[in-house]
Design a protein around this ligand. Structure first.
Ligand SMILES: [Zn+2]
Length: 99
């Protein structure tokens, strides 16, 4: 969990950012496979996924306002089942994927 993030690379184009995200997502999926994660949806049992990597902006539960002055930025791998809508989130940090 990281509170302070380095400044974004303002010279990076949108296309470069997307390509970088694809690379992060591939590494995260490889890490999941290496851990032997079950490929089937926990809700419907099928295996038809939409897969993205992104950051979730969150606030500590104790904070009264959202977004907080210093929100949490949690990088995750998201799997969304295209059959039933079940969503899974995996911490990229725990998977060992640098963002
Ligand atoms: Zn499902």
């Amino acid at each position: 969990m990281t509170i302070e993030q380095p400044p974004p690379n303002i010279n990076e184009t949108e296309e470069e950012s997307r390509a970088k995200n694809v690379e992060i997502t591939k590494k995260a999926v490889e890490a999941l496979r290496a851990k032997g994660i079950n490929n089937n949806c926990q809700s419907c049992g099928k295996s038809n996924w939409n897969i993205y990597s992104f950051k979730i902006v969150a606030t500590y539960a104790s904070q009264a306002y959202f977004p907080a002055k210093q929100p949490l930025n949690l990088p995750v791998l998201n799997l969304t089942c295209l059959e039933c809508g079940w969503m899974s989130l995996y911490s990229l940090k725990v998977l060992g994927v640098e963002v």
